[in-house]
Design a protein around this ligand. Structure first.
Ligand code: FES
Length: 158
């Protein structure tokens, strides 16, 4: 049997019926066509599926959608909208910084890197470059764009 849940996704309230075993990642990608969030490993190892749940970053492949009933979800598709609601540019400042610092090559990990960066800034613990690097260690980049990613985050945090 399916279970009815309510999620606010990128500012829009959605009533959704989901199977109890559906992950948040599969709900976003397969049911809601929010394919910006990527599936890398599906096992909590790569960070490609990172989204924000009530402002906190999580691996959406490890969360069952039903566990997030009532939550506010932000995916990469919502980051620019978040910036617009705060009255700033078209892109979220972290997206601008990724462009400026060339913080990607193939781009597959980028949505997760972006959401993780915003989550990290919300947490407010990481201050030094080393702390940022450590706090971003759950987001793997096969192209090795790490230096530029950390540069972009540092730039926004300053
Ligand atoms: Fe979720 Fe890799 S797809 S951590």
């Amino acid at each position: 049997a399916k279970i009815g849940i309510t999620l606010t996704i990128n500012g829009e309230k959605r009533e959704i019926e989901v199977a109890p075993w559906t992950t948040l990642l599969d709900l976003l990608r397969e049911r809601l066509d929010l394919t910006g969030t990527k599936k890398g490993c599906d096992h909590g190892q790569c960070g490609a599926c990172t989204v924000l749940v009530n402002g906190t970053r999580i691996n959406s492949c490890l969360a069952l959608a039903v566990m997030k009933d009532g939550a506010e979800i932000t995916t990469v598709e919502g980051l620019a909208g978040m910036a617009q609601r705060q009255g700033t540019n078209t892109l979220h400042p972290i997206q601008e910084a990724f462009v400026e610092h060339d913080a990607f090559q193939c781009g597959y990990c980028t949505p997760g890197q972006l959401c993780s960066s915003v989550g990290l800034m919300n947490e407010g613990h990481a201050k030094t470059r080393e702390e940022i690097r450590e706090a971003m260690s759950g987001n793997i980049c096969r192209c090795g764009a790490y230096t530029n990613i950390i540069d972009a985050i540092e730039d926004v945090m300053q």
